[in-house]
Write a protein that binds this ligand. Sequence first.
Ligand code: ADP
Ligand code: MG
Length: 927
Amino acid sequence: MINWIKKIIFGSQNEKELKKLEPILQKVNSEDARISTLSDEVLRAKTDEFRKHIREKEKALSKELSGLKQQIDEATTQVSKDRVKQRLKKLYNSLFDEILPEAFAVVRETAKRTVNMRHFDSQIIGGVVLHEGRIAEMTTGEGKTLVATLPVYLNALLGKGVHVITVNDYLSRRDCEWMGPIYAFLGLSVGVIQHDMPPEERKRAYGADITYGTNNEFGFDYLRDNMVVSKEDMVQREPFFAIVDEVDSILIDEARTPLIISGPAEESTEKYYQIDKIIPRLKKGVRDEKTKEETGDYIIDEKGRTSYLTEAGELKAAEILGIKDMHTLSSMEYKHHVNQALRAHNNFKADVDYITKDDQVIIVDEFTGRLMPGRRWSDGLHQAIEAKEGVKIERENQTLATITFQNYFRMYEKLAGMTGTAVTEAEEFFKIYGLDVISVPTNKPLARTNYPDVVYRTEKEKFDAIVDEIVSLHKEGRPVLVGTISIDKSEHIGEMLKVKGVRHNVLNAKYHEFEAHIIAQTGSKGAVTIATNMAGRGTDILLGGNPESKTDDMIAKIEAGGKAVSEQERNEILEKFKQEAQQEHDEVVALGGLHIIGSERHEARRIDNQLRGRSGRQGDPGSSRFYISLEDDLMRIFASDRVARLIDFFQLEEGMPIAEHKLVARSIETAQRRVESHNFGIRKHVLEYDNVMNKQREVIYAERKTILESEALKEHIFNMTDDASDSALDIYAPKNLHPEEWDYNNLLSRFKGKFLINLSGDEIKSLSREELRSYISEKIQSAYNAKEISITPEKMQRIAKFALLQTIDGKWKEHLLGIDHLREGIHLRGYGQRDPLVEYQREAYEMFMAMIDSIREDSLEYIFRIQAVETEDTVGVFRPMSQKLMHPEAGSMRDMQKNSPSSKQMPVDMNQMPQPPHVPDTGPPKP
Ligand code: ADP
Ligand code: MG
């Protein structure tokens, strides 16, 4: 009922918003006739004309703009910050109001002339939505890559840099090359970031008007920029406008865990092997849910995706390891590692959750099925799996820098996104990112038939039915795309097809490099493709196959044989493939187009919709159907009681499906909604924790930046010395004590120790507190000046910069380690009446304030005492050599179990969490 109402409201709201955009579309269309007659030169010259216009407007509004920016900087709560940001966004957008229609028409005309595509009306609408800083929901195949060129061009005119974010390197390269001619024609520069690029190239790419790259690269570059010790080493500019492609994947799925740059914490890795060896000697037990009694040495908790020692197991493990017990401060660590080793053996499967390649354990992304080299599971789990697989163990890491995607992307002045599936997550987009979703109607009416799900009792029956359907469609010549949720399921179906003699492609993380090319031919006649969900997102599926892609493959083959291919030869090959494809296209259309088989429901409805959306592009015919068994994870874990009743009710015969039953459809949707909202809970939770860190990170990074960019730090240092002497005076000469009671001795030695200044008791004893304060300040400043004269101001500046950065980074690193531990510890405490988040906020704040003090004290001591800095010393605290970029494990639906010990790093159980009381938003003051 509620959903139905929501749908109607959303529907009409969406219509209303679309109506508002209609006049803009009309204006763009009315410009067309004139713009299309312009010569190339005149068309090109439009860029300068537009630039001039908006820069003038920007100048006129500069006061207002900078006023709002200042308000954002000074905002003390996220809510007020978000509110001002919305106003700033509107104001920025108003700069473009007058030129938008003409500029869009110019891009449209340019696209026609350069890449041979003219934006459809639906694409113009999408472009306006993006420009306004919203999410455009546009189905797969609607041409979102081209849509983006409109707002990208328009906003790039301001010269502050526009970022286009894609889900992988291949797509950023492809889109940049593909759309590049449009920008080049109009005189804008474009850059692309790739994973293996050195800093200088990155810097160049970020300096361009438009920069393509992945979310991970942008996020990590931001973090790295805040770890360098020289301004020249920073690669990014201030974040201005980002358009995120496949926005749900990036801002929702990927946002479940933060980005982390970590480095080694000095520790041995021997213990992982040692502990791994004892696992086979432990006995598996069970837990009685009613009496809570446990047998054996350990319990496997499948739902929680974890395993843990029983009390008996603890004793046994301690005995084998030769330690007394497992609950002292020093031995607790063993328990943690044994539990992780148990998880490694029982909850994580090779070739499903990870693969082992080149002496490395590589995570398989559960959403995309892609390999995630460089990512590591946290908390010693990765090492435990490395020990289990007998590969080299990387040293344990500590966090050096971290940020969530939520907080990274919220830094942009304007954010926009596009994807085929956003509406199911509209609430989250709005609450977290302030983005609203506009669903843009397709260019041509959708002609895909979505058949209702069929449900089998067992997985085996289900797979048999799937294979039967593939075989019969394949006989007709109709292309089939089968979506699975894991590599092993893909391979299982593949094996079954092999037995039946059906040629097919299995597309999963193992064949990463070919993904795009295979997916491109998925619509060929008789093609059978099995893919993990979303593999190859972003690749267009043309019915009858993709001649461009075939041509590229062919040329690559010829060139690999040592022959060069001329432009003319290429065109001939392409022409041949095009003709073939045209004929094949018609045949496939006659057969009904691409058929999608979902071999299981995913935990999010959105991902299922993505799979469906691969068929029926641009009005193509097509169909889809999901196959489900009562043994599927989703059904088993979340619909188990209902399902049990269904089994009884239907008394099924082997091989007979419960077809198209409303009850089933409803329990599936309910289960999916539960997992979706649980996952939203996790993301909110990660964010709540990161928000604490975010304020601290902002303070530290801002401080670093000031220091990095400062040509003269003296003023800055004198502010610090004043603070330092105030804090010393508060201790030794507190305001509430009479001067006779002041501790002159310690006061003198404190200043001598720190600043090498000699104050004599006789001089200061007659001074009032205010006089004393300025007397000390003067002494310190003249000590500094004297040192400056003796070693030259340049050298002094260098020493000061070095000392400040070195101290900040060192302390910050230590602080982050402390925070890591705090977060773990807080979770263990969370079982009392206290809300762990509030505790965490309070303690993290105290730790931070203590760190700020010690940064000031230590760096000043450094500055006043150090004599010289050798250049080789100034490499900084974060040596790039040993850094690791991580985007750690995201929980799955199996993590929904309560109290799962696996959730140690980030407590995930939202049901368990008491509602946080209102916490006053007291951001720490600037140091
Ligand atoms: P999406 O990202 O929305 O799934 P793509 O950007 O990959 O879609 O584009 C899908 C296909 O549509 C591409 O082959 C592209 O060449 C084609 N296309 C997009 N816009 C147009 C257009 N205006 N005219 C002709 N073809 C277009
Ligand atoms: Mg795309």
